[in-house]
Design a protein around this ligand. Structure first.
Ligand SMILES: Nc1ncnc2c1ncn2[C@@H]1O[C@H](COP(=O)(O)OP(=O)(O)OP(=O)(O)O)[C@@H](O)[C@H]1O
Ligand SMILES: [Mg+2]
Length: 234
């Protein structure tokens, strides 16, 4: 799915204080693109992701996903839209501790329109031998794979990733990024990935940089590389 933002502004008001988290952002993201979103802490990256995915509403401006203007939807419509179309991966894995890998992934599958099978996506993230384990029996990297499988199993059209590798070491992070990349290549899923690591930009079709709520850079990557080639910390 494609995403289009027109003059999107988000202002948070807490007490007397107003924070302009997004300032007049106009942006188009094509179907199947991998976007890496960079910018200093507080620059509005998570806010941008949250308004694009309907987790938060903009103060003004228009957000359209394919033919649907999500900025005009009611919260009930948004919930359904998100459920049917969007996948999320966060830094925290948010797994249900009393459920096995299989059952955690099953949770993501339940409400969807065209889901994959649990076995298929667990295989995709390389966890078949661990399918009956519980989260506490898995490493951090493995737990993040479960959270990816849970997001992927419903066959989302767009995958929103907010620092998915923030809690992982280099090797695990590259594995996770490789899985996200494979997803994009296999299913044409649009990917928006927030990171603090500019080196991850090599796997993107486009690198977008935010500063103080504004897009300050939007660069096409002509030499897209596999995640395994990322030179960490470069
Ligand atoms: N719910 C909220 N209420 C008030 N202010 C908020 C809220 N969420 C974010 N902000 C403010 O909006 C600005 C942008 O925040 P945002 O979380 O989008 O930054 P970020 O680029 O994701 O930063 P980080 O890299 O630290 O995650 C910050 O100044 C933040 O304090
Ligand atoms: Mg953030």
């Amino acid at each position: 799915m494609a995403i289009k933002l027109e003059q999107v502004t988000k202002i948070y008001t807490t007490g007397e204080v107003e924070t302009v988290a997004l300032k007049d952002v106009t942006l188009s993201i094509e179907k199947g693109e991998v976007i890496v979103l960079l910018g200093p802490s507080g620059s509005g990256k998570s806010t941008l992701l949250n308004v694009c995915s309907g987790l938060d509403v903009p103060t003004s401006g228009k957000i359209q996903i394919d033919d649907d203007v999500i900025s005009d939807m009611t919260s009930k419509q948004l919930t359904k839209f998100r459920r049917d179309n969007l996948g999320f991966i966060f830094q925290q894995y948010n797994l249900l501790q009393t459920l096995s890998v299989r059952e955690n992934v099953e949770v993501g599958r339940e409400v969807s329109l065209e889901p994959f099978t649990v076995e298929e996506v667990v295989e995709q993230v390389g966890l078949t031998p661990n399918i009956d384990k519980y989260p506490y029996q898995l490493s951090g990297g493995e737990q993040q794979r479960v959270s990816i499988a849970r997001a992927v199993v419903k066959n989302p059209k767009i995958m929103f990733c907010d620092e998915p590798t923030g809690a992982l070491d280099e090797d695990n992070a590259k594995e996770i990024l490789g899985i996200i990349q494979k997803l994009n290549e296999t299913y044409g899923t649009t990917v928006i990935l927030i990171t603090h690591n500019p080196a991850i930009g090599i796997m993107a079709d486009r690198v977008i940089k935010l500063n103080s709520g504004e897009v300050v850079d939007d660069i096409k990557n002509k030499d897209k590389r596999p995640a395994s080639e990322i030179v960490w910390g470069s």
